[in-house]
Design a protein around this ligand. Structure first.
Ligand code: NAD
Length: 360
């Protein structure tokens, strides 16, 4: 049955993958509610723009009236909430915006959803019964993993380290409270680091690819031994739609790719892929892109290791990632090589590769 999905943050990296997946591979209608901050980019949605099932609303999730209007006008069956300030380094430079969007904005959205759902209970009880609010969060809320074999499960206590992860942890608690207190049918997912096409160039993988292509230093924070569990963004988008449509309300699902790598391993793999695909003739004094790797001061409060136990979503909902780290990373490099216009416009506009999040 055709449903209406209200996706917040649909012009961002993961949100745009969710919107493309819903439009390309389902019959559902999608309403993308996005403020278009520096991270929002409608060019990531060029292939769905003319589709009659796709609608765009430019609005701030912290604007209660705009959220109320969006619910009234589009009468969604499912909310997928991805809108957020998402970059740890920016949260170190300016935490207030993270509290405003991730905490206050999520509260405003929860209230708009709750009031809409209460009205639905009167006007259309069957639709109210099926309504879902899916909050998309991160594994960073769990903080640093101490043991080398430990994994985050859905019951790992929260211990966020950065203003970003603290703001996401707060929003998770709010969603849980709206479920326990008001009965709002909500779900939460906590996912590991994503990578793939349309990733804003301030994040590790695209930054490294673009610096390497320009023959610029590839800055690795600290000793590069921080471990992250990498997931290809299209696998995440499929996991999110699976949870939003088949998950148990009131529950949390961890999502991960079984791809634990140190940052240095990621960067070295990228260098080898680029040596293979573009050669090294554009490098003035280097025989390999690996020669561009430069160790720089670490990020303050940098967590050393994250790793996800994703067995619950695999066992209960049958989701597994389609890409290995090797296939996903190769696809990602190829995407950046064939979509120069997309990232060149970003570089000409809001972000030119500068270092963020350094304490003075
Ligand atoms: P992103 O920064 O690429 O995109 C965020 C989007 O939200 C942008 O389009 C932006 O314009 C929009 N937005 C920001 N503030 C807004 C506001 N006040 N009102 C409306 N729209 C607003 O982020 P992303 O990497 O796509 O992450 C999406 C979600 O997934 C976030 O909630 C993030 O915490 C979570 N997450 C990200 C990762 C990752 O590796 N990127 C991993 C796990 C979870």
């Amino acid at each position: 049955m055709m449903k209406t999905f209200l996706v917040t943050g649909g012009a961002g990296f993961i949100g745009s993958a969710v919107v493309r997946e819903l439009i390309d591979n389902s019959e559902h209608r999608v309403v993308n509610v996005d403020k278009l901050t520096y991270a929002g980019n409608l060019e990531s949605l060029a292939n769905v723009e003319g589709n009659a099932r796709y609608h765009f609303v430019q609005a701030d999730i912290g604007d209660a009236r705009a959220m109320q209007r969006a619910f009234e006008e589009f009468q969604p069956d499912v909310v997928m909430h991805l809108a957020a300030e998402s970059h740890v380094d920016r949260s170190i430079d300016g935490p207030a915006e993270f509290i405003q969007t991730n905490v206050v904005g999520t509260t405003v959205l929860l209230e708009a959803a709750r009031l809409y759902w209460l009205q639905l209970k009167e006007s259309d009880p069957q639709k109210a019964e099926g309504f879902r609010f899916h909050h998309i969060s991160t594994d960073e809320v769990y903080g640093d993993l101490e043991g080398t074999d430990d994994l985050f499960t859905e019951t790992t206590p929260y211990a966020p380290s950065s203003p970003y992860s603290a703001s996401k942890a707060s929003s998770d608690h709010l969603v849980r409270a709206w479920h326990r207190t008001y009965g709002l049918p909500s779900l939460i997912t906590n996912c590991s680091n994503n990578y793939g096409p349309y990733h804003f160039p301030e994040k590790l993988i695209p930054l490294m690819i673009l610096n390497a292509l320009a023959g610029k230093p590839m800055p690795v924070y600290g000793d590069g031994q921080q471990v992250r569990d990498w997931l290809y963004v299209e696998d995440h988008a499929r996991a999110l739609i699976t949870v939003a449509t088949q998950g148990q309300t009131g529950e949390t699902y961890n999502i991960g790719g079984h791809n634990e790598k140190t940052n240095l391993e990621v960067v070295e793999t990228l260098c080898d892929l680029l040596d293979d695909r573009v050669g090294t003739s554009h490098l003035t004094s280097a025989d390999s892109h690996r020669d561009l790797i430069t160790f720089v001061a670490d990020r303050p409060g940098h967590d050393v290791r994250y790793a996800i136990d994703a067995s619950r979503i695999e066992r209960e909902l049958g989701w597994t990632p389609a890409e290995t780290f090797e296939t996903g990373l190769a696809k990602t490099v190829d995407w950046y090589l064939t979509n120069r216009e997309w990232w060149q416009r970003v570089q000409d506009g809001s972000y030119r590769g500068e270092r963020l999040g350094v304490l003075t």
